[in-house]
Design a protein around this ligand. Structure first.
Ligand SMILES: Nc1nc2c(ncn2[C@@H]2O[C@H](COP(=O)(O)OP(=O)(O)OP(=O)(O)O)[C@@H](O)[C@H]2O)c(=O)[nH]1
Ligand SMILES: [Mg+2]
Length: 328
């Protein structure tokens, strides 16, 4: 452990998120990102006899335009250049393998900042309150259903609370997902104070001995500042009702927004103390490289990645599997 605040990620990574998913599903879903990275890299590498500065320049160009981020790109190129200088890299075929290993080590370093694999303490006997935050449309509500479904399959009792009382039909949308996964949804009428809804929901979750309570929050209010203030109030009130709650603040980011996702994450992290990140919509974008930028820039572990609209379209984030899916 580093000196960083200890964080417990939503999941025990030793268990597959979707046990009956076909082998290579992630590979299928990440095809657009793979085309942008691997296919271009293969073209550049084909027919090359040596790793020289022009090859590294071409590689740099590919990385720059793959949403991996300027800093990571520069660091990767520097590391490769050092290997070339030391004569430990001269064969273009080796280049891809080394590049992959370097990326995996970047991602793993980001995950190690916290206790990613910590298993929920079943003996603790209190409801674990997890607040899902993010701007509108990133996939918060859908992701809550996926995570609820996952934990229920492991025998956990999950309750949902509709704290997006602002957007029309947000409560109904959560209710539909709740019905679909068989989780009780606590809600009040539209326009109710989200903090008050959460206060009551924690009380209900305690009374019914729930293992987890997932808070679905709004993505948009009148202004962004109001949203942050409202979310902070939810945090404060949750903590009044149950000391230590919310135990996690999970930020949901839409991968299709590329570098914008990083800017969003910085705002949320500063205001709310985000404990982990879930990346959604990796299926529809060539910007999957942003996962690497997020990991490096934010130092917040990534718990899940989502690859579609269905309940099974998500995976526990595994750096090696991810890098292999975008490079092999
Ligand atoms: N392709 C794809 N679509 C997704 C994914 N996750 C969510 N969506 C879709 O994105 C849209 C928005 O999802 P929501 O779950 O409503 O997003 P939200 O963040 O709760 O939105 P607000 O409540 O408006 O803030 C829906 O059409 C989802 O089906 C994903 O991983 N891949
Ligand atoms: Mg929503």
């Amino acid at each position: 452990m580093t000196g960083k605040k200890e964080v417990k990620i939503l999941l025990d990574k030793s268990e597959p998120a979707n046990g009956n998913a076909p082998v290579g599903k992630l590979w299928d879903k990440l095809s657009k990102t793979r085309r942008r990275l691997k296919d271009r890299l293969d073209i550049v590498l084909s027919g090359k006899k040596a790793v020289d500065s022009s090859l590294l320049e071409e590689l740099e160009e590919i990385l720059f335009t793959s949403d991996i981020g300027v800093e990571i790109t520069e660091q990767l190129i520097e590391r490769l250049q050092r290997r070339v200088d030391r004569k430990s890299l001269d064969n273009p075929e080796q280049l891809k393998t080394i590049l992959k290993e370097e990326m995996i080590s970047f991602l793993e370093a980001g995950q190690e900042l916290s206790a990613v694999n910590e298993i929920p303490d079943k003996a603790r006997n209190i409801v674990e309150v997890i607040m899902f935050v993010g701007v509108n449309g990133v996939g918060k509500t859908t992701t809550i259903a996926k995570v609820a479904h996952y934990f229920q399959a492991q025998g956990q009792k999950v309750m949902l609370v509709a704290a997006d009382t602002f957007r029309a039909a947000a409560i109904e949308q959560l209710q539909i997902w709740g019905d679909r996964v068989g989780a009780e949804v606590i809600s009040q009428k539209r326009g109710a104070d989200p903090a008050a809804v959460v206060f009551d929901a924690i009380s209900a979750a305690k009374a019914r001995k729930m293992d987890k309570l997932f808070i679905d929050t709004a993505g948009r209010l009148h202004t962004k500042l109001n949203l942050m203030e409202e979310l902070k109030k939810v945090q404060r009130v949750a903590n009044q009702q149950l000391s230590g709650a919310p135990h996690q603040v999970t930020l949901v980011l839409d991968a299709t927004t590329g570098q914008n996702a990083i800017a969003q994450a910085q705002v949320f992290a500063q205001s709310l103390g985000v404990t982990d990140i879930i990346l959604t919509k990796l299926d529809g974008t060539a910007k999957g490289g942003v996962v690497i930028a997020i990991s490096q820039r934010l130092h917040i572990p990534i718990s899940f990645i989502c690859t579609g609209e269905g309940l099974e379209d998500f995976e526990i984030f595994n750096p090696r599997e991810f890098v292999e899916a975008i490079f092999d």
